[in-house]
Design a protein around this ligand. Structure first.
Ligand code: DAH
Length: 357
């Protein structure tokens, strides 16, 4: 039995000295010293020995146990410091290496256009005001000379907001709640502030029931409103020209085409000369792919209808004004001479597309 104990000690010390991680070390410890391990196995012979032999075996067993425990502790600290060293190596930073530059982003095409638009109009004293894109029927339609059930509303098919509890469209004193289809809802809201003269730009999100390659259900518009004494179509024309020349380039020509809107009288569609063929309608003898006959339509405008002024608490006999409303995405694309096959690319967050602007 004494020989067995000595043998056990030699084997255990050898096993501990080659373990490389805590799991293996623990497994070796259990194999030698565990309740059902090799030492316990040897010690189970004890009862069959004489008293003298028992004493000698007991003493030897204690010495072997101490030696093995010592070897275990040594192996444990060896493994621990090896891991600490490895970690330190991993965490080490070489400050002399060239850094990895994080990619610099830039603002979205739409945001760029909004900033440029605002910069130009602010030179003429227009201020950006914020008006809601979730609004009452009254501001989106009724106050703009579009009574309930009027067919003019059909053009602006929109999203009405339902009361989640009752599953019916929410109603209030000012009608239904609507995701506004145009930024014109800002007009009467701005007038109701009661401060004249007005030179407002309202840029916001607008919503329409459309989702095709050419139409987004959400897009942006910017709405201009100028109200003062003696404001005339000439002023509208001047402001329009000023903007167009700065935004699209000095050589750009403008045109007002008669049109009809309920909230302006007279009303116009505003066109600019095509940014690709420069108003010629042809590029190297072939028809321009962007425009129709040299002109691009920018948006609507007109002299504010007396009924709209009245809704805003303004005396139409004393004050006149003009308003306009254009799509931001459209305006931005026209500047780049872009004809996108699929306008939904604008909001798909594909960096390969966005990085081009
Ligand atoms: N709200 C019109 C639209 O979305 C655009 C518009 C036309 C705005 C004439 C105006 C305006 O302010 O005077 O199509």
């Amino acid at each position: 039995m004494l020989d067995q104990l000595k043998q056990l000690e030699t084997e255990a010390l050898a096993a501990f000295s080659v373990t490389e991680n805590m799991n293996d070390l623990e497994a070796a410890r259990v194999a030698f010293m565990g309740r059902k391990g090799r030492l316990a196995d040897i010690m189970s012979q004890l009862p069959s020995l004489s008293n003298e032999e028992k004493r000698a075996a007991g003493q030897m067993a204690n010495e072997v146990k101490a030696a093995i425990e010592g070897a275990f502790a040594a192996a444990q600290s060896r493994i621990e410091s090896a891991f600490a060293e490895l970690n330190a190596e991993r965490a080490w930073i070489d400050t002399t290496l060239p850094g990895e530059e994080p990619g610099l982003g830039h603002v979205h095409l739409t945001t760029q256009a909004i900033a440029d638009i605002m910069e130009i109009f602010s030179k003429l004293g227009f201020n950006r005001q914020r008006h809601p894109d979730l609004d009452w029927d009254y501001y989106a339609f009724e106050s703009l000379n579009m009574p309930k059930e009027h067919p003019a509303r059909d053009e602006w098919e929109t999203f009405f907001i339902a009361d989640p509890d009752k599953d019916v469209v929410q109603m209030g004193e000012l009608g239904k709640v609507v995701l506004t289809p145009h930024t014109s809802n800002a007009q009467v809201r701005e007038m109701q502030k009661g401060q004249l003269p007005i030179r407002m730009i309202n840029i916001g999100k607008t919503y329409r029931r459309q989702a095709t390659a050419r139409h987004l259900p959400m897009f942006h518009q910017f709405e201009g409103l100028m109200i003062d004494e003696n404001v005339s179509i000439t002023d509208l024309r001047g402001v329009f020209d000023f903007f167009v020349k700065r935004f699209f380039g000095e050589g750009t020509k403008t045109r007002l085409r008669p049109f009809h809107f309920r909230f302006t009288e007279p009303s116009f569609e505003l066109d600019i000369s095509c940014t690709v063929c420069e108003g010629e309608g042809f590029v190297n003898g072939t028809k321009c792919k962007l425009c129709k006959g040299g002109w691009l339509e920018l948006g609507g405008a007109g002299m504010v209808h007396p009924n709209v002024l009245k809704a805003g608490g303004i005396d139409p006999k004393k004050y006149t004004g003009f308003a306009f409303g254009w799509g931001v995405e459209r305006t931005a694309m026209m500047r780049g001479g872009l004809k996108m096959d699929d306008i939904r690319l604008m909001y798909r967050n594909d960096l390969r597309f966005l990085k081009q602007f």
